[in-house]
Design a protein around this ligand. Structure first.
Ligand SMILES: NC(=O)c1ccc[n+]([C@@H]2O[C@H](COP(=O)([O-])OP(=O)(O)OC[C@H]3O[C@@H](n4cnc5c(N)ncnc54)[C@H](O)[C@@H]3O)[C@@H](O)[C@H]2O)c1
Length: 412
């Protein structure tokens, strides 16, 4: 039957593709979106996801060209491993298909330039799924800054903490290698650098960064190959038994026989080359200075964020997971004036993933009449700028030298 709905296809039917995009986006935007195609190089994972989504009518193929040809989507959602995004995005654009890509848009400067070039050449459009922009607290912060509540911003303190459960997950899988993820400065910090770029409303020009591996990889005292059957299971604080999670088990365990991609690889593998401890100093074109850090084995999960301005300071402490009592389902923003005034604003999280960010992102992307007064929708340039900040940070950590960001947009 012919409908006016936007035809969506998904490439990469792992956790994110199956959940946020395959299950949630069509449910949130039921009047505006229909799922017409699924592609994954792993045929077993493709079948598990198709079955779970009840998407028997959607075209499913391990061959992207074939899926696009038969499903004829308007939009391709890219949910594959980070380093594969660029080739897939360019292919879709050249086939006349718009793209929504998971973050990071790409993992290298060259790949970002290729995507920007393809977008210009083809006239098609790339959106980057920066769901953190849509979290109610992020939006409130952006509003307060735009209203000039603390005058002109001079500097920002931004410190993000991943606890041992969430943080360890990046060391179990493909993310653990720079060639796949660009390092956590790209894979994870792309969210944070994008928020900074959006909040500060300027481009980062220079980054000086440091990174080290203190807890995972070769820093571990013992190691196996994977958690399943590991002789160290009883004494390893990172031991993961995916058989206890039927969905994770179905999505990864049997499919691993096809390509060797296991969900529970040892976090202490000696060849892991990303950092778990990262700091960076950033300078923006408009003069704002930023002090940033990301730590991946903390007893807490969440962030500390503060904007220092000529008339005051905005402070946010985001509590996500911790062993002590803290606000649940809401954040508190403090607006502190240099005149000693204090204002407290409570912001409730919304329903759905990422504090309500995921469903609001879906509506922004797919509901035709959705407005965007805060410029939350992020295109390929925003995607590139946050990746390039991470690429510059990684290069700086490797060389010990500061790295200029903007030339990476142009350089060969
Ligand atoms: N926005 C967010 O908050 C958020 C959260 C989680 C993941 N992500 C992003 O989503 C993407 C997927 O993450 P995930 O955790 O679902 O990973 P995953 O490993 O579970 O799934 C990736 C899938 O892509 C498939 N694949 C890899 N290369 C492919 C190719 N060339 N063609 C077709 N299929 C291919 C794999 O077989 C796998 O099934 C990543 O880019 C990640 O950064 C974003």
């Amino acid at each position: 039957m012919q409908t006016n709905k936007r035809k969506l296809a998904i490439v990469g039917t792992g956790h994110r593709g199956a959940g946020t995009w395959g299950r949630d986006a069509p449910a949130t935007c039921a009047d505006d979106v229909e799922l017409v195609g699924l592609c994954d190089t792993n045929s077993a994972r493709l079948a598990v996801t198709r079955d779970r989504l009840g998407a028997a009518d959607a075209v499913a193929s391990t061959d992207l060209d074939e899926m696009l040809d038969r499903a004829k989507p308007h939009t391709l959602v890219v949910c594959t491993r980070d380093d594969t995004h660029a080739d897939i995005i360019v292919k879709a654009l050249e086939s006349g298909i718009d793209v929504v890509t998971e973050k990071p848009m790409a993992t290298t400067a060259e790949a970002c330039r290729r995507i920007l070039d393809a977008e210009r050449r083809t006239g098609r459009h790339v959106d980057v799924a920066f769901n953190y922009r849509f979290a109610p607290t992020s939006r409130k912060i952006r509003e307060l800054l735009a209203e000039g509540r603390i005058g002109k911003v001079s500097s920002v303190d931004f410190h993000w903490y991943l606890d041992t459960r969430h943080g360890a997950d990046y060391f179990r899988r493909w993310h653990a290698y720079k060639k796949n993820s660009g390092s956590l400065f790209v894979h994870k910090s792309t969210h944070h650098f994008d928020l900074l770029n959006w909040f500060i409303d300027s481009d980062p020009v220079r980054v000086f960064a440091q990174g080290s591996l203190r807890r995972y990889g070769r820093a571990g005292e013992f190691r196996g190959t994977r958690c399943k059957g590991c002789p160290h299971a009883d004494r390893c604080e990172f031991h993961l038994d995916i058989s206890k999670d039927p969905w994770l088990h179905a999505l990864y365990e049997a499919p691993s026989a096809e390509d060797g991609y296991v969900r529970d690889a040892c976090v202490f593998r000696e060849d892991i080359d990303i950092y778990d401890t990262m700091t960076a100093e950033l300078l923006y074109e408009n003069g704002v200075e930023v002090s940033y850090s990301l730590n991946a084995f903390m007893p807490i999960e969440g962030y500390h964020l503060a904007f220092n301005g000529t008339k005051g300071r905005i402070e946010v402490r985001m509590y996500e997971k911790q062993a002590f009592d803290a606000p649940v389902g809401e954040d508190e923003i403090l607006i502190l004036g240099t005149d000693r005034s204090v204002e407290r604003i409570k912001v409730s999280h919304g329903p759905g993933g990422h504090f309500g960010g995921d469903p609001l992102l879906h509506k922004n992307l797919f509901v035709p009449e959705a407005d965007d007064p805060m410029n939350q929708r992020a295109g390929a340039r925003a995607g590139a700028m946050s990746v390039l900040t991470g690429v510059a940070a990684t290069r700086s950590a490797e060389t010990g030298q500061p790295v200029d960001v903007l030339p990476l947009l142009e350089a060969g």
